[in-house]
Design a protein. Structure first.
Lengths: 168, 218
């Protein structure tokens, strides 16, 4: 692949890096696995970049590949043989919000509850939290909008229940 | 917690991170140059080693078969038939494995989640279904050492009885395993034991995901 093509790829990644970061965060349980998963997602995106269909938005394409890689990744048993340094760099001071705040504690709980969901429900919830339309969610996941709507209802009820239990 | 708060909480947290997150371009270019252009490289690891080991094993079996044919004697009939069958079964297993790796590696991952996961899982489960053929070779391991010159004519009845019993036990085990390894009962402890030898956890996870997908599409 040419340098121009790889520069184009990097620029697409730069614009949508948040998607990969959030999905890897939701499917990987620790920092090391997160690095591996991020790397795997980027490799698969690069492999699929030549056949990218411009009819779809870049973000939709990235969601599809990233979720497919993450679901397959979470089923495997892994051996570490990859890069030791992360491909994403958090700038100091900005990246990690203040851990001590109440909102941060709530976020940690939300993250934990997301991790406890089934793999596919987790994918649906991630798209919901990103405020994707039900039409786009149905396209990414590959089920009907009605099915998406029912699922979201159930997932939200589960989350509410878990937060309620925390408060008791 | 109100449902709108989930979204707010999520977005508040990632807003700052999105702004500060930078891609390590040097590393990324290195990764793309070194690895991604060669799809074969993504097979690196146990898979390629598995294929190499399989090919060496086939070469060994093929070698001893060739020697048996070159120096043919009717005394080697049991040996030729048994090792021949083992060789063919192993050729099929290695062929299925290589085909699986090529298919799974060539699969485009930019389809919908349900479509791609269905394809990935079908491939994974089909590999295991194919791997059942390996158990068919078991009975042949109980006959390859017999010689036409002395079996069954030149041996005592007790030995013939023992050999028949021994081979029958291997046939029974092969049939039993072949029937059981259909993944209709993945929780069965014998099935689990067999699966543990061939990356069982990943396979059981695949079966679990299959059920999740069925549930999602229902």
């Amino acid at each position: 692949m040419t340098t121009a093509r790889s520069d184009e790829f990097i620029s697409v990644l730069e614009r949508h890096k948040g998607i990969i970061f959030k999905i890897a965060n939701a499917y990987a349980r620790d920092a090391e696995t997160k690095k591996d998963l991020t790397q795997e997602i980027i490799l698969q995106l690069w492999k699929a970049f030549d056949s990218y269909n411009p009819l779809f938005r870049h973000s939709t394409w990235i969601y599809k590949v990233s979720l497919n890689v993450s679901l397959a990744f979470s089923r495997k048993e892994h051996n570490r043989n990859k890069l030791l340094v992360p491909l994403f760099v958090d700038l100091p001071g900005l990246a990690v919000p203040d851990e001590s705040t109440e909102r941060m504690t709530e976020f940690r709980h939300l993250q934990q509850f997301i991790q406890e969901l089934k793999d596919l429900d987790r994918a649906i919830l991630l798209l919901y939290l990103e405020e994707k339309s039900q039409k786009e969610m149905a396209e990414i996941i590959g089920i009907t909008q009605t099915n998406i709507s029912t699922r979201i209802g159930r997932i939200k009820a589960t989350l509410r229940q878990k937060f309620d239990q925390l408060q008791k | 917690m109100e449902e709108t708060n989930f979204v707010l909480l999520w977005q508040e947290h990632y807003q700052k991170i999105d702004q500060s997150l930078a891609i390590n371009k040097r590393l990324l270019k290195e990764l793309l140059l070194q690895k991604a252009d060669s799809s074969i490289r993504s097979l690196i690891g146990g898979k390629v080693l598995g294929i190499i080991a399989g090919v060496i094993w086939l070469a060994l079996l093929g070698g001893v078969l060739a020697i048996a044919f070159i120096h043919y004697s009717s005394a080697a009939n049991y040996f030729i038939v048994s090792i021949g069958a083992i060789f063919l079964i192993n050729v099929k297993a290695v062929y299925d494995y290589v085909r699986y790796l090529i298919l799974i590696n060539g699969l485009r991952l930019d389809g919908s989640v349900v479509e791609i996961q269905n394809k990935l899982l079908a491939l994974q489960v089909s590999l295991i279904r194919h791997s059942r053929i390996m158990v068919v070779q078991l009975p042949f391991w109980s006959t390859f050492y017999l010689s036409s010159k002395w079996f069954p004519g030149a041996v005592e009845a007790g030995y013939v009885f023992f050999q028949l019993l021994f081979t029958a036990a291997f046939v029974w085990l092969a049939v039993w395993l072949y029937k059981r390894l259909t993944f209709k009962e993945p929780e069965n402890r014998w099935v689990r034991f067999f699966l543990s030898g061939i990356g069982g956890k990943a396979i059981l996870n695949a079966l679990k995901s299959y059920r999740e997908l069925e549930d999602l599409e229902a």
